[in-house]
Design a protein around this ligand. Structure first.
Ligand SMILES: Cc1cc2nc3c(=O)[nH]c(=O)nc-3n(C[C@H](O)[C@H](O)[C@H](O)COP(=O)(O)OP(=O)(O)OC[C@H]3O[C@@H](n4cnc5c(N)ncnc54)[C@H](O)[C@@H]3O)c2cc1C
Length: 375
């Protein structure tokens, strides 16, 4: 494949001139584009390893990370199967969020029971089987007593899944403020057309770095370096609802999921659509979410907000991680799909080990699997 953008012609002399021309203050190890959960975790990992990072984020309001509930759920599907690599991914995620909490002086990681309301007798039986001898059994429990009997319609009963919730509304701004305090955040759009490739790194508007790594979420399919990756984005919508008199630390899950925000307020979502004209909230999704709430709640609720965003998913539902095979100074960290909160800490650690120690990465997330498409 020809260079997607004009390259800067480089010679040894030119490289030496560039090195001389960029004062230390304008030199970084890594430029990271995007500060959603992906850019946050990757810049944190690299910073912790002593790398000088500069993060660009244009602060648009309706991104996936600013819309997500931050649920970490160990099981998925109608058979309550254990999520991919969960036994590896969850401890890495927990350790990373705890370290971020300590460094930033915030509370953002909350282990929570997911009160899983069975919609049918079949689902009740499937839960019983998985909790008895399935791979996810360590994360599942038959409750010793009923919960939420006054508020929830649960004719088939409910089980407990041991999950967690990452409060992205606390984590993202706190890491942003930490970057800002070190002058390592630029609140502006990164223009890929102004990126210059050098023999030993990249240059961008008077700055130089060893590499640039794009964590742009749904913007990446339009990135000329990564058009060959097979993205399959999908849209999700959620409501913010108030349920007067109902306060619980549990996540409630049926065909809709309630995540506690503050007091009697809950995030309630989410819809899922492959086919959408834009990322704006729709009346259709709102009606469907409200109807799911009516099937779950015995008590009245009121809608306080309606949010929507597009999930940056890949066709094979695995993250896109790695440096471009032809342009090794340009990388990507993306494709977190609907599991950014659990996957991003582990995937960021994998990427950091590869970048700094040359350690091999899990092949399922390495963009080498798309090597031919990118050449
Ligand atoms: C309704 C909904 C509910 C969800 N619930 C959950 C959940 O409960 N648990 C879970 O784990 N995941 C959930 N997800 C998925 C999760 O949101 C994503 O996996 C994750 O947020 C992706 O993060 P990201 O950082 O890769 O992308 P994004 O969040 O899209 O971040 C990309 C960032 O890059 C910036 N950017 C892009 N291009 C540029 C540029 N050129 N210059 C400067 N800045 C740029 C954007 O402004 C943005 O801040 C949900 C998603 C949706 C839509």
């Amino acid at each position: 494949m020809a260079s997607p953008l004009p390259l800067v012609a480089g010679t040894f002399c030119f490289g030496a001139y560039i090195t001389f021309a960029f004062p230390m203050a304008n030199r970084y190890d890594y430029i990271i584009v995007g500060q959603g959960i992906s850019g946050t975790l990757l810049s944190w990992e690299l910073h912790q390893a002593g790398q000088r990072v500069l993060v660009y984020d244009d602060a648009r309001p309706h991104t996936a990370s600013r819309t997500a509930a931050g649920i970490i759920n160990p099981v998925s599907g109608r058979r309550f199967e254990l999520a991919w690599l969960y036994d590896t991914i969850f401890p890495e995620a927990q350790g990373t969020y705890r370290a971020l909490e300590a460094a930033l002086g915030i509370a953002c990681f909350h282990p929570r029971d997911i009160w899983s309301v069975w919609p049918s007798a079949q689902m009740r039986d499937a839960f019983g089987e998985a909790a008895g001898n399935g791979q996810a059994a360590p994360y599942m429990e038959q409750p010793s007593s009923a919960r939420h009997g006054n508020e929830l319609l649960q004719p088939f009963g409910a089980g407990i899944v041991k999950g967690a919730n990452v409060q992205l509304g606390a984590l993202l701004p706190a890491w942003r403020a930490a970057l800002q305090s070190r002058e390592q955040l630029r609140e502006e759009r990164f223009d890929v057309r102004a990126l210059e490739l050098l023999p030993d790194g990249v240059a961008y508007k008077g700055l130089q770095a060893k590499a640039v790594i794009f964590c742009e979420g749904v913007e990446s399919p339009a990135n000329p370096y990564f058009g060959g990756l097979k993205f399959l984005p999908n849209k999700g919508e959620a409501l913010v609802v108030e349920v007067p008199g109902f306060e619980t630390p549990d996540i409630i899950k049926k065909s809709i999921t309630l995540v506690p925000l503050e007091g009697c307020t809950y995030w309630a979502g989410a819809s899922f659509s492959w086919d959408y004209p834009d990322a704006a909230p729709t009346e259709t999704a709102r009606a469907s979410l409200e109807s799911s709430l009516l099937e779950l709640l015995k008590v009245p609720f009121s809608v306080k907000g309606h949010i929507a965003a597009v999930r940056p998913s890949g066709m094979d539902r695995r993250p896109f991680v790695g440096m471009h095979p032809k342009y090794p100074q340009v990388g990507i960290f993306n494709g977190m799909g609907s599991k950014g909160c659990s996957l991003a800490p582990w995937a960021a650690a994998q990427f950091r080990r590869q970048l700094l120690e040359g350690a091999p990465m899990r092949p399922e997330i390495d963009i080498k699997r798309y090597f031919n498409a990118l050449r």
